[in-house]
Design a protein around this ligand. Structure first.
Ligand code: FUB
Length: 320
């Protein structure tokens, strides 16, 4: 039984984006390196320099490592830190979206293209124009239109972009005013650029008020995921310093999203990051913790388990 057990054991892995292409399930994780680094709030310990893709067809058997899909030295604009990726397919091509610090240390979002789900991917020469921060997730709606949602605070630098240009002194807001919200933008037909100005993904409380900056149990931190279930859009994410995976629902991919609840309670390790996917008629949560390394924050391992919806569309909370 592989549920809630480390799924990838030959190397450290995290931030799993699970997607189904051609009847097979593919996992796009970060590849944590087996290096000694002190943890800090800037995330310097997450010093990753390539991606592997994993293929799974039998949920009771370990996934196959399809090898290196993209490496840092293949991304002309990137300086370091290949963080959480995701992938989409369009017209027989596969598009890998990923964040990295550019050569001046600012996080940007990149895209790389391949003819198979596992690559090798060829990176565009420049990051996506107008992109910033981390954790891109790509969602394709029933009409074929794709959206990129992204953002992460603290080391993910979202707080440095509140004025539209990079402010190295930007900080997370505090108090009862609105929290910082992640971003979303429709992708261009060729999947390589934003087709519109990024918008805020607003998440509102039970009273319809945007979640407050001080509401650390619920406010957005990083690791967005967008999926659709029974015609409703679900936006889920990590609360960061309160270590929960939570979600809201909406009738539009742009939101606003109404707060719904907790998907996963805290795991072993500081970060928590996930994806939600339907495969062969069953919904699954892919996530990570630090079991393999005994709790070292930057040596994580991907896991998965079944995810259940109630009749009212709410998700049953999972305890790791
Ligand atoms: O893996 C590096 C960063 O840690 C990711 O981008 C965040 O979501 C967190 O999991």
């Amino acid at each position: 039984m592989l549920e809630k057990k480390p799924l990838i054991t030959d190397l450290y892995s995290a931030d799993p984006s699970a997607k189904v292409f051609g009847g097979k399930l593919y996992i796009y994780p970060s590849h944590d390196r087996d290096i000694e680094m002190e943890s800090n709030d800037n995330g310097d310990q997450y010093d990753m320099n390539d991606y592997h893709v994993y293929e799974m067809t039998d949920m009771s058997a370990p996934p196959a490592d399809k090898g290196v899909a993209l490496a840092l030295d293949g991304v002309p604009w990137a300086g370091k830190q290949l963080w959480a990726p995701d992938c989409a397919e369009k017209n027989g091509s596969y598009y890998l979206y990923f964040p990295a610090r550019d050569k001046s240390g600012i996080f940007r979002l990149g895209v790389a293209v391949a003819k198979t789900p596992w690559g090798p991917f060829t990176a565009e020469k420049e990051p996506i124009k107008g992109s910033f921060s981390i954790d891109p997730c790509v969602f394709t709606d029933d009409d074929g239109v794709s959206y990129l949602a992204w953002g992460g605070i603290w080391g993910g630098q979202l707080q440095n972009w509140t004025t539209g240009t990079y402010n190295p002194n930007g900080s997370e807001p505090t108090g009862s005013g609105p929290a910082l919200f992640p971003k979303i933008a429709k992708l261009s037909g060729d999947m390589l650029q934003f087709a519109e100005q990024p918008r805020d993904v607003v998440i509102r409380d039970e009273a319809g008020v945007p979640l407050a900056a001080d509401d650390h149990d619920r406010r957005y931190f990083e690791g967005p995921w967008l999926h659709k279930y029974n015609g409703t859009y679900y936006f889920s994410y990590s609360t960061g310093d309160t270590h929960r995976l939570v979600y809201g629902t909406s009738k539009s991919p742009y939101g606003p999203y109404e707060w719904r609840g907790v998907i996963l309670t805290p795991v072993l390790g500081w970060t928590t990051h996930h994806s939600i996917v339907e495969y062969k008629g069953q919904w699954y949560l892919f996530y990570h913790d630090c079991e393999l390394s005994g709790g070292i924050n930057h040596k994580r391992n991907v896991k998965f388990c079944k995810l259940e919806y109630r009749a009212d569309g709410s998700i049953v909370t999972i305890n790791p």
